[in-house]
Design a protein around this ligand. Structure first.
Ligand code: 13P
Length: 287
């Protein structure tokens, strides 16, 4: 069932668990995430970056594929199709294409321009029964070409953006996209705590879910995080399983080169990663 992320995140925040956003790249990725969500009876958010949207030939293709797959696979758990780190133009395109949720990443703009554009997109998304995520303070590292310095968000600015009526708020708290460096200082729970105190019921979003230790994930959830984004970890599991298949020479045995066989171990590896994250985030059985 394709829905906006609003209700699932309200429920998650009230129930002290988080819904996973898993970024998708192609048909295998989408199918793996949807089937795992159904098997685990968990709500789920499919994240699509602008780069991944382009790779899949455009947002319309993605929306059509996801809607058809939900129907053909009889997926009954709540699924949101969400633009990840969208530009202003990208957000508008996803509204037209039939996504159910968008993220406007105005973190590189000054706070006034971020407020102005977010406000406009809140109205547009809500008119279309979609949810909207905004960002304050940048997430470090690179997400599909979007580079952030990783500074912690200012809680007062978070309140300003939250008051615009967004449905979820991503705030930089020392989190980084991709693998964490060995000298990473960890998440700033002090910042997270101040943000949650000022933004109250607002579901908070933790980007850069790959490689954050389990105890930090749990603490972040206890301080109001209700959505956690995971991308790199599924890519690493897929690549690792595919490499093992090829290094074992399986593609050279019989019809092992058949793409349905060649991509199967990577597909199963994505499923295993998604299941593990859903268990950690506490969303299993919460559909
Ligand atoms: P990772 O690639 O670090 O898991 O981050 C994903 C993310 O935050 C997508 O917005």
């Amino acid at each position: 069932m394709l829905v906006s992320a609003t209700e699932m995140l309200k429920k998650a925040k009230a129930g002290h668990y988080a819904v996973g956003q898993f970024n998708i790249n192609n048909l295998e990725w989408t199918k793996a995430v949807l089937l795992t969500a159904q098997e685990q009876n968990s709500p789920v958010i499919l994240g699509v970056s602008e780069g991944a949207g382009k790779y899949m030939t455009g947002f319309k293709t993605v929306a059509a594929m996801v809607k058809a797959m939900i129907e053909e696979l009889n997926i009954t758990v709540p699924v949101a199709l969400h633009l990840d780190h969208g530009t202003y133009e990208g957000c508008k395109k996803c509204v037209e294409a039939g996504f159910s949720s968008i993220m406007f990443d105005g973190s590189s703009l000054g706070i006034d321009e971020n407020v102005e554009k977010t406000k406009e997109l809140v109205a547009l998304s809500h008119e279309n029964n979609m949810s909207i995520e905004a960002e304050v303070g940048s997430i470090g590292g690179e997400e599909d070409g979007v580079v952030g310095m990783g500074e912690c968000a200012d809680p007062q600015e978070c309140k300003k953006i939250a008051d615009l009526g967004v449905d979820m708020l991503a705030a930089g708290i020392g989190n980084i996209h991709g693998k964490y460096p060995a000298n990473w200082a960890g998440l700033s729970f002090e910042t997270l705590d101040s943000i949650q105190q000022l933004t109250g019921e607002m579901p908070l979003v933790l980007h850069g879910g790959t490689g954050i230790p389990d105890d930090m994930i749990k603490k972040a959830i206890s301080l109001g995080v209700a959505k956690i984004n995971v991308n790199t970890e599924c890519q690493l599991s897929f690549a690792d399983a595919t490499r093992k298949y090829i290094e074992a020479g399986n593609d050279l045995q019989g019809k092992g080169f058949d793409p349905r066989k060649l991509l199967a171990p990577g597909f199963e590896a994505i499923k295993a990663t998604v299941k593990e994250k859903m268990e950690l985030f506490g969303s299993v059985g919460k559909a």
